[in-house]
Design a protein around this ligand. Structure first.
Ligand SMILES: NC(=O)c1ccc[n+]([C@@H]2O[C@H](COP(=O)([O-])OP(=O)(O)OC[C@H]3O[C@@H](n4cnc5c(N)ncnc54)[C@H](OP(=O)(O)O)[C@@H]3O)[C@@H](O)[C@H]2O)c1
Length: 290
């Protein structure tokens, strides 16, 4: 088999590419930057980069050439990705793709418009289709994410989730499940809601961060309009910021307060918890002082 990994430079995609490489499975990393920069070497030895843009359909055929499986990260920030994604899936089917694994979200169900329509149409287009529906990523406290930026700059996390709990999941666990789905071992189909082992409030995550970083990190609970403004001020398009803030309101009502056994069932090991995740990415305060 050969896999095309859309979003192969991103949070889950890069981890999938690394896992496929370690298994000796050929993978092609799809990126808008492929072929455009001096830093454009293979992301992982043996993996190939290909230019791909959801909004440049002329890039699709070359990216799909020879691929039998595709991992799909939707165009980031698109309110309605369905038209472009359904066209792409038709092209993928015609190019010989047999398995498609879509990165959805626990907050988005089949039906309606947007990604819900992609989820409805995918099984009729591709022989085997899998929708991964992860809860919120643990990695949102790292790197370029807005929560990570406010942790660094203000020592706080701002949300409209109140005391709502979220079963945060390690993106590496998402990648492990995605690789099972892409390689078809064991046979995986349908929709999979992926969570970590425990549902936590943001107050509890802030306490874990304080402990790990050796400095106070707090959670500031705000209302939905303030959250939308906060996100928009940090560069999220206004409509998308409002959507994300409304998802927070759902969390405050308990929408993400549940854990599933999907990661353990498909990988044979327990999902990583948040404390363990942080210890893998953030040096302990005492270590950073050395
Ligand atoms: N963060 C969470 O808590 C969470 C929870 C559940 C679901 N999700 C879902 O996870 C997905 C990924 O989110 P993320 O923030 O972690 O992003 P990410 O995977 O870190 O980065 C986005 C990826 O998409 C690619 N990309 C963006 N626009 C593209 C375009 N027009 N054409 C082709 N590729 C494009 C980027 O590649 P290049 O820049 O190299 O082109 C990059 O690899 C989103 O759909 C989100 O809804 C996130």
């Amino acid at each position: 088999m050969s896999a095309l990994v859309i979003g192969g430079t991103g949070t889950t995609g890069s981890r999938i590419v690394a896992r496929l490489a370690s298994m000796g499975v050929p993978a092609r990393v799809a990126s808008r930057t492929a072929g455009t920069s001096a830093a454009d070497g293979p992301a992982v030895a043996g993996q190939e980069r290909t230019y791909f843009d959801w909004y440049a359909p002329q890039s699709w055929d070359a990216a799909l050439h020879g691929a039998t499986s595709v991992y799909l990260v939707p165009p980031i920030g698109a309110l309605d990705p369905a038209p472009v994604m359904v066209s792409f899936l038709e092209r993928a089917r015609d190019a010989g793709v047999r398995r498609a694994v879509l990165l959805g979200s626990s907050a988005i169900s089949r039906g309606g418009e947007g990604l819900g329509r992609v989820m409805t149409e995918m099984p009729g287009l591709i022989e085997t289709s899998v929708v991964l529906r992860p809860s919120w990523f643990m990695s949102n406290v790292l790197g370029a994410h807005i929560h990570a930026a406010t942790i660094r700059e203000q020592g706080e996390i701002v949300t409209a989730t109140g005391n709502g709990r979220i079963a945060f999941v390690d993106p590496d666990d998402i990648a492990a499940v995605a690789v099972r789905a892409l390689t078809g071992e064991p046979t995986v189909t349908g929709e999979l809601v992926l969570t970590g082992p425990t549902a936590l409030t943001w107050d509890e995550v802030a306490a874990l961060l304080s402990e790990r970083l050796g400095r106070p990190v707090t959670h500031r609970a705000v209302g939905v309009p303030q959250m939308a403004t906060h996100l928009a001020e940090r560069g999220v398009p206004v409509d998308f910021a409002r959507l994300l803030a409304e998802l927070d309101a759902g969390i405050a009502q308990g929408a993400e307060d549940r854990v599933t056994d999907v990661v353990e069932r498909l990988t044979g090991r327990e999902p990583r918890d948040f404390r363990e995740f942080l210890s893998g990415y953030l040096p302990e305060a005492s270590e950073r002082c050395r």
